[in-house]
Design a protein. Sequence first.
Length: 78
Amino acid sequence: MENIDIKWQEGPVKEVGVNGVQIVDVLQVAKDRLEDLNKEFPCRENAVTITKLDEAIMWQNKRTADREARGVEGLNKN
C-alpha cells in the first residue's frame, strides 16, 4: 500500500481559516476512488461500501447544517 499524507484541519475555519481537510473531504475522496474501481470491477461489496460512505457523508453534512442553524459552525463551540 502506498503511503498517504493527510493534513487535517487544525482549529476552527472561522477562527484560523482553511489549513487542511475535513473528515467529509476524505470520505468523499474514498467514495470517488471506490466508484471508479467499481466501474471496472463491480461487485456487491463495493456497492454496499459506496452506500455506507454516502450515508457517512450525509450524516456529516447534517451535523454541519445543524451547527450552522445554531450559529456555531466553524467555531470551537458545541
